[in-house]
Design a protein around this ligand. Sequence first.
Ligand SMILES: C[S@@+](CC[C@H](N)C(=O)[O-])C[C@H]1O[C@@H](n2cnc3c(N)ncnc32)[C@H](O)[C@@H]1O
Length: 326
Amino acid sequence: MSSSSGWQRVLPTSPAPVPYFWRCPLWVGLQACRRLTKRTLSRMPWTSRLVSCLQQRQWGPGTVLYSGEVFGRYWPRFVATGLPAPESIVCEVGPGPSLDVSLMFALAGVREAVAVDYAPWASREASLARAGELAEVMLAQGGWSDEEQAAIRRRAAQGGLPLRYEQHPLEDLQLPAGSVDFLFSHAVLEHISDPAAAFASIARVLSPRGVAIHHIDLKDHGFLRNRNPVLMLQFPRWLWDCCTRGVPGSISRRRLSAYLQAATQAGLEVHVLQRHMLPQCPVPSGQLAVEFRGLSAEDLCTLDAEVLCCHASPIAAVEIRRHVAL
Ligand SMILES: C[S@@+](CC[C@H](N)C(=O)[O-])C[C@H]1O[C@@H](n2cnc3c(N)ncnc32)[C@H](O)[C@@H]1O
């Protein structure tokens, strides 16, 4: 199956310089607006309706095309594990505004797809109602045999798809130990507050042959992200915390090495499958917040990464070699 590259954001090769003297007030002002808007929205009972209105857009989180691209990225990873779909439980962490990607896994024939988010942004019924449309998006990506195509269309038409939606944090997954065969997250780990607890939770629910794949977006998520995706690293911790604590959608600024370390400490084997980097850090080391000054240039310049985790076992090692070859 071909996976479209449209989902990957274009990375700036030479960020336009932002004059130093107005970076801080501009950033604080923008963060304050963002904070106010997000806090207000997250308290409104009609937020989910607003989300479905936003889903009318052609592309972006929650739209069918975006979900198709995310599915087109993770399904080949699942296939590469060699896990038998009809026996596998797949868990998507942090689906956000729609359960479409999980539903596509259900349409593709996995035993059960479980979507877990700490907040109920999505509607299970809304995704089930567009099962036919999602099936066509999957089939348009190609790579399915005639039998698989017929099975996907049949499942979409029959209904009763094995899709579960649960609300709990990744750090405390309420799933039986060793029950998940394939766990994935897309643009979620940069939002979590406790990576040690998150990876311990993943290690607990992952089956012995299970594989977890996370795409982590390590760029600034603010309005200046396209001008300088690591600009945020220069703000002192107190200022960052003050602007982001308690705001839904805030990111942690944690660098890739911290995630790799947390996964390893949880007893998982970790492989970086892909990473995108800036050619050099646009913020001189002396202008970075103290906590980032000792990090390697590679760590500072990593803008996003795809990380594979599994139990450190001989079986897992075999599967990993197949993944890394993707
Ligand atoms: C940026 S959205 C990504 C949504 C979707 N995966 C995508 O690619 O568009 C981050 C999602 O992760 C969820 N999330 C953040 N922290 C979480 C946590 N600790 N446990 C579970 N979900 C979390 C948020 O509620 C949100 O739905």
